[in-house]
Design a protein around this ligand. Structure first.
Ligand SMILES: [Zn+2]
Length: 247
């Protein structure tokens, strides 16, 4: 068994424990390829820093540029769940602004649906994968962009539901090929196919939101997001949004 096949098998078994069984074998291959790609990038960057390092110490903390997005996403989620002001601010300037100003937030309903087969390690609002095969309309040909970092569901006063797909990028973290383009495709696809997706709450409308560094503003692909928020802007509005450390 190749390392890749072994990793795919481990991943499949581990996913089956919390009841995830909607991914195809090709999906597991793609996830493993992504992981290997990340490991290679990490090794390359470490080798550049320290030529004598030949293998990576897996228990060492990650360097800052690849540190996890989770604390940022956690702060965003906390803001969305607790603050009307933050929800209104997130939809401001989007096609959803008028209808979803003053909207309520689905928390228990989302948790119940996402965790119906048991609790996952990640938060119930995080990492929504397409889960369909390569023919799904979510896909950009040749792209591995398969997931939304987070989805939040807002309910308007007229009982319409909005899915807010959120992508997070660190400063100087580049988009992967096809990744930004897949966001509106996936959001549109989910809004039409939620009835075939057991873990996705029913919804009528969608919006895509990007959190990123100033450097990303010059990338025209941010046009795939109806709302683009820089880390500085986010830190000014969202309590507990991690403030960038000065190196
Ligand atoms: Zn899809």
């Amino acid at each position: 068994m190749s390392v890749k096949a072994l990793m795919a098998a481990i991943l499949r078994d581990q996913m089956a424990v919390p009841g995830v069984n909607t991914l195809s074998p090709a999906d597991y291959d793609e996830i493993v390829e992504l992981l290997i790609e990340q490991i290679r990038e990490l090794e390359v960057s470490l080798a550049a820093q320290e030529p004598t390092i030949t293998s990576y110490n897996w228990s060492a903390p990650l360097p800052p540029y690849s540190s996890t997005a989770q604390p940022y996403l956690d702060a965003i989620a906390e803001g969305v769940f607790s603050s009307q002001t933050i929800r209104d601010w997130l939809v401001a300037g989007t096609s959803a602004e008028v209808q979803y100003r003053g909207a309520d937030i689905l928390i228990d309903e989302q948790r119940k649906r996402r965790w119906q087969k048991g609790q996952m390690k990640q938060p119930f609002w995080a990492n929504y994968w397409c889960g369909k095969d390569a023919r799904c309309t979510c896909r950009i040909e040749g792209s591995k962009g398969l997931e939304s970092d987070a989805i939040f569901f807002l309910r308007s006063r007229s009982a319409k539901v909005l899915a807010m797909h959120v992508e997070f990028k660190h400063e100087y973290e580049a988009f992967k090929f096809g990744q930004p383009e897949a966001y509106p495709l996936r959001a549109e696809c989910f809004s039409r196919t939620y009835s075939t997706r057991p873990t996705v709450n029913p919804h009528h409308d969608w919006v895509t939101v990007l959190f990123c560094g100033e450097d990303t503003l010059s990338d025209e692909r941010i046009g795939n997001f109806q709302r683009v928020i820089t880390h500085d802007e986010a830190a000014a509005v969202i309590p507990r949004y991690p403030v960038r450390r000065i190196a």
